[in-house]
Design a protein around this ligand. Structure first.
Ligand SMILES: [Zn+2]
Length: 233
């Protein structure tokens, strides 16, 4: 029986397990991210609607103020024709000017509120549409992710069982060397010979060792990264 083959198979299982673990770690984060996005939109829409109500009240108030001011101004203008002295006339025109200025200010504010109202309404509409599609998307994705997660969990336990069976065929000292390298080298302890270089770190292997790796079924470790190197026939 080949000496290196069980190690290659062990590496293959460990790589698959690592991928599954990464996936299992990532999936809940993805669902959380969607949920977070949804909550953000819900909150924005809620706050937007509160502000919209405030604006409506302010607009209402401004409309009343404008009507009041216009009425006052018209009354004063009517009085202008009845005055008998210059002094009275000046006093009235001065008051009219003052009220007109006030009216200008209220009209300006009214305009600003109208603009804000329009922008905010558009924004809310857009967000409500996004929210609707996001909520649909979220529930579909959530179901898919849950499916994927339970499949991955099943896969994982099958791979772990297979791994346990493999371990029986590997010498204990070799296994502990494998584990040490795997831990030090981000889960990759067994690599292919690529041309005449180590498939892990790229170190060029001396020609005699390349021949050995190709022809003999021995354990060979890279001088630089310590990984087991094998030759894929
Ligand atoms: Zn190497």
């Amino acid at each position: 029986m080949s000496k290196i083959l069980p190690l290659i198979e062990l590496q293959d299982l460990d790589t698959q397990l690592r991928d599954i673990n990464e996936l299992l770690g990532d999936l809940p984060k993805k669902v959380d991210k969607l949920r977070f996005e949804e909550e953000g939109l819900i909150n924005d829409v809620k706050e937007g609607k509160v502000r919209l109500k405030e604006i409506e009240l302010s607009l209402n108030k401004a409309e009343h103020q404008m009507a009041d001011l216009k009425e006052k101004i018209n009354k004063l203008k009517d009085q202008l024709s009845l005055v008998t002295s210059n002094k009275q006339y000046d006093a009235l025109t001065q008051e009219i000017e003052y009220l007109k200025q006030e009216l200008d200010e209220v009209e300006l504010k009214d305009l600003e509120f109208e603009e804000e109202k329009e922008t905010l309404s558009n924004d809310i509409n857009e967000k409500e549409e996004n929210l609707e599609s996001l909520s649909n998307d979220l529930s579909v994705r959530r179901v898919k992710l849950e499916q994927l997660m339970s499949e991955s969990a099943e896969n994982k336990s099958a791979l772990e069982k297979e791994r346990d069976k493999k371990l029986v065929h590997i010498d204990e000292s070799v296994l502990s060397r494998y584990m040490r390298i795997s831990t030090a080298r981000e889960g990759l302890a067994v690599v292919n010979l690529e041309g005449s270089a180590c498939g892990g770190c790229g170190f060029v292997i001396p020609p005699q060792d390349v021949t050995d790796i190709r022809d003999k079924d021995n354990f060979y470790n890279c001088d630089i990264c310590s990984r087991f190197i094998y030759y894929k026939k």
